[in-house]
Design a protein around this ligand. Structure first.
Ligand code: HSE
Length: 425
């Protein structure tokens, strides 16, 4: 059987998809029983040079060339953006075409609606490439954790920010130099704000939460802190205590509720997540039965992300051969409340800048004592400009306690909360 594919987008990921389809055609046919053929590509910019594959299909800029083409059964959307992509995917589903997309922004915000539309039309909607690039986490969650109760899904799910943090920590690059390098290597989104401010990771964490906990959070349900305010000093001080700083997405059960957060965390050098460097991603899944599993691999880039798109395409092909399309990618659904600040408890890394005067340390420790936050480690580095830098690790404290400290410090003179990160355990 021949299955026609229409590609929206022929940039980094789209080109990778064509290359794999062409280079591994025989293997794909052997494994799926079908011959997957690109019949058309629609792009924004017709003049962009495209190399690395045989262009044996037309490229135009008119969506109808794919949407009204009866020889195309699967639409692959790898152009990004939300509004136009939404319109294209919706029309493709209504035309009873299967859809494969890498669009995490869209799936995180309107995935449920699109999944219902796919279901009504009896077609597949898959998006393995939307989360963690080449790491096959969504299919693993839906097929290998079907019977386990997941208590936490956590990990490094933005390659660009992990690349920046690695280059700053290991090679002494500045933040701006590392970001530029990530962009040159093709890891970053076209606007890297979402990468460094944590929103790209938050979209992925929303999708991971759909699959792991059956919930449908919106962006406002996720507490998001990016890496743009992290300093060399924070990284060096964390190192001194035996920790790397990593931007983590963490969704975890706390009692009957769920906490969903993206933020820089301290990760012990002994933890496997601390060894995940550059654009690599890793997702850690804690299940009541399985214990802990970690999937590790490239979180961005042309061929790894294209491989995840291919995983979706071959699954559609298999479903077509078995005559079983139309089953939602994620079928898990339940209601969970969002965790309250008092339920979000962790050890902390706290940096306070304080006027270097007698009694300053006394007043700082007094503030933390009032909030019932207890230090485990404390370090003061030599004063600069009349200020001292106090770096503390604490015993477990809740977000509610940290909110008390924030307010107290904001209202006090000569003291500034320079950094506050959770310690991952
Ligand atoms: N910009 C994303 C990242 C690409 O850096 O992880 C994959 O989603």
């Amino acid at each position: 059987m021949e299955i026609g594919i229409g590609l929206f987008g022929l940039g980094t990921v789209g080109s990778g998809v064509v290359k794999i389809l062409q280079q591994n055609a025989n293997q794909i046919t052997q494994r799926t029983g079908s011959h997957l053929v690109v019949r058309h590509a629609v792009v924004h910019n017709l003049n962009k040079p495209r190399t690395g594959f045989t262009q044996d299909f037309p490229i135009t800029d008119n969506p109808e060339d794919i949407l009204s083409n009866d020889d195309i059964q699967i639409v692959v959307e790898v152009m990004g953006g939300v509004d136009y992509a939404y319109d294209i995917i919706k029309r493709a589903l209504m035309a009873k075409k299967h859809v494969v997309t890498a669009n995490k922004d869209l799936i995180a915000s309107r995935g449920q609606e699109l999944a219902e539309l796919a279901n009504q039309n009896g077609v597949d909607l898959y998006y393995e490439a939307a989360v963690a690039g080449g790491v096959p986490i969504l299919r693993t969650l839906s097929s290998s954790f079907t019977a386990d109760e997941i208590s936490r899904v956590a990990g490094i799910i933005n390659g660009t920010s992990n690349f920046i943090l690695t280059q700053m920590a290991a090679n002494g690059l500045t933040y701006a130099e590392a970001l530029k390098l990530a962009q040159d290597k093709g890891f970053a989104e076209s606007d890297p704000t979402n990468d460094v401010e944590g929103f790209d990771a938050a979209y992925k964490l929303i999708i991971l939460s759909n699959f792991s906990f059956g919930v449908q959070p919106v962006m406002d349900d996720v507490t998001v802190t990016g890496i743009a305010n992290l300093t060399d000093s924070d990284i060096n001080d964390a190192h001194g205590f035996g920790y790397a700083i990593k931007l983590l997405g963490v969704a975890q059960r706390v009692g009957d509720a769920l906490s969903i957060e993206v933020a820089p965390h301290l990760v012990s050098f002994n933890h496997p997540l601390a060894t995940v460097n550059n654009e690599n991603n890793a997702v850690l899944v804690n299940g009541e039965s399985v214990g802990e599993v970690m999937l590790y691999g490239p979180g961005a880039g042309e061929m790894p992300t294209a491989n995840s798109v291919l995983s979706d395409l071959t699954n559609v092909a298999t479903n077509l051969a078995l005559n079983t399309p139309g089953r939602p990618f994620n079928t898990f659904n339940q209601d969970l409340d969002l965790a309250k600040p008092s339920q979000r408890v962790a050890r902390r890394f706290i940096v306070v800048e304080v006027a270097d005067t007698p009694g300053a340390m006394y007043s700082v420790t007094g503030m933390f004592a009032s909030a019932k936050i207890s230090f485990t480690d404390l370090k003061q580095t030599p004063a600069k400009n009349g200020f001292a830098r106090l770096v503390a690790l604490t015993h477990a404290a809740s977000d509610a306690q940290l909110n008390v400290i924030r307010t107290t410090i904001r209202n006090a003179d000569g003291i500034n909360l320079a950094a506050e990160y959770k310690i991952f355990s």
